[in-house]
Design a binder for this molecule. Structure first.
Ligand SMILES: [Fe+2]
Ligand SMILES: [Fe+2]
Length: 299
């Protein structure tokens, strides 16, 4: 019997069943004069890599929302249906806050708006020309990348130890909620596409395609941001960015091995149980909860 045939039938992972995401309406104070160097340790070079990723987020996460929403009515399990609704709510909040963040980036470097438009055009074309299963496959692939980045951010305090507090809080919140919902789109995939060889092939192809498109969009625009900052030849800056991404800290380097885990036929995002990061999520979130506007009272 092949490995593909031996995997168990579609069912939600135990951990997924115990982690129900919560939509949190939070606001962050992001000083405009720190958008280019908010990471601190990694300097402008590493900060703009994070900024380039932020520019993809609102458009990308709206694409995820549409991909999951398309299948929501086909979900039989009421808990998974509830989790899918919470997933949509969380991604909508992330998009809104990253829009605020990205506005600061566009204010500093207007070419950031060109990048955003290009990503939107690409995803609109992809949405118009591919079947819903391919869009969900791309979503779970990008959710895998996002979950790995979130884990990298939460697992190693050195990445953000000298970061500006507002930007740090926004990324931490996003990383926590990406961890909280990391199994949801995947469970929707298994509930609607199953675990057979066809589903495996589409999901595996989705990760290769999504990773290639993601980095081929991000890297040239990121380098252009560094160029516009006049830092292309700043070797000291590149050294600290390298340390952060691939060297001593290795934020990106540490994602390579778990990236391959996705190709296991019985892979599930919660195979790596990092739910310990979610302890204290409410205490962390409380100070950023959206304050209600005071009620207008008649004179
Ligand atoms: Fe998100
Ligand atoms: Fe997500």
């Amino acid at each position: 019997m092949s490995q593909l045939q031996s995997v168990k039938p579609a069912s939600r992972n135990r951990k997924s069943e115990s982690v129900m995401p919560t939509r949190r309406d939070l606001r962050f104070d992001l000083p405009a004069d720190r958008v280019q160097d908010w990471v601190g340790n990694g300097g402008v070079q590493f900060t703009h890599l994070m900024n380039a990723m932020s520019l993809v987020i609102p458009v990308g996460e709206r694409f995820f929302i549409d991909a999951v929403r398309h299948y929501r009515d086909q979900i039989q399990d009421p808990e998974l249906k509830k989790a899918a609704t919470a997933f949509i709510g969380q991604e909508a909040m992330h998009g809104r806050e990253h829009d605020q963040y990205n506005a600061r980036m566009i204010e500093r470097l207007p070419s950031a708006a060109v990048f955003e438009r290009r990503v939107k055009k690409l995803l609109d074309t992809f949405q118009a020309r591919t079947p819903p299963s391919m869009r969900l496959s791309s979503t779970i692939a990008l959710e895998h990348l996002t979950a790995l980045m979130a884990n990298g951010l939460l697992a190693d305090a050195r990445v953000t130890e000298n970061a500006e507090p507002g930007y740090h809080a926004l990324w931490r919140w996003h990383a926590l909620e990406e961890t909280e919902h990391k199994g949801v789109a995947y469970d929707v995939w298994e509930a609607t596409q199953g675990r057979g060889p066809r589903a495996y092939a589409i999901r595996a192809f989705g990760l290769v395609l999504a990773t290639a498109i993601f980095w081929s969009m991000v890297v040239p625009h990121y380098l252009n941001f560094v160029r516009e900052e006049g830092r292309l030849t700043d070797l000291k800056g590149w050294k600290s960015a390298y340390d952060m991404a691939f060297g001593r800290i290795g934020f990106l380097r540490r994602m390579v091995r778990p990236w391959f885990d996705y190709f296991r036929p019985d892979f599930h995002p919660w195979d790596d149980d990092n739910s310990r990061f979610l302890e204290g999520i409410e205490q962390f979130s409380a100070p950023y909860a959206r304050r209600q506007a005071p009620l207008q009272t008649a004179a």
